[in-house]
Ligand binder design. Structure first.
Ligand code: SME
Length: 157
């Protein structure tokens, strides 16, 4: 595919529907996991302009920072800690409209106001999480949950 991403305007659903075939194109024929995570976070950041988009991968019982776009971030998160560690522990997507109201939220950037974390589950185990933060409150909803879950499932972890 062309290397330039086609960025479109419109509602969230329209944006995801434009992005998903392009993400499939970016992943096609590439088996390297880091390369694939890197292009997926870049594509999401380009289309949506969120503050921070990135993966943490499970390594030796911790989440370790993986490809991301946005401000520098904490490198290791323990199971059950913060939104990411809670998503890992519960194997569920967590939508946080106001991060200050989430007990134990880990503030990597003081600019972050809302967050969604999607676990990547393979063989019934969480192998990574996709974390997205934004500078505005209440930026994530069920539409993001559905499409982001679909997108992480396109990657061969
Ligand atoms: N806020 C996350 C930590 C990761 S950063 O936002 C990039 C959390 O509470 O798990």
């Amino acid at each position: 595919m062309a290397e330039d991403l086609a960025i479109i305007t419109g509602n969230k659903e329209t944006q995801y529907q434009s992005l998903i075939p392009q993400i499939k194109g970016l992943l096609e024929g590439e088996t390297d996991l880091v390369a694939n995570m890197a292009n997926v976070v870049a594509a999401l950041k380009e289309q949506f302009g969120w503050l921070w988009v990135g993966f943490y991968v499970v390594k030796n019982e911790e989440l370790v920072l993986a490809p991301f776009q946005g401000p520098v971030a904490c490198t290791r998160i323990k199971k059950g800690r913060g939104v990411c560690g809670s998503s890992w522990a519960s194997s569920t997507t967590l939508i946080v409209p106001d991060v200050e109201k989430f007990p134990g939220h880990i503030a990597c950037s003081s600019l972050s106001k809302s967050e969604i974390v999607v676990p990547v589950i393979r063989n019934n185990e969480v192998v990574a999480v996709l974390d997205v933060d934004d500078e505005k409150y209440d930026q994530f909803d069920i539409t993001d949950k559905e499409y982001l879950e679909e997108i992480v499932n396109l990657i061969n972890f």
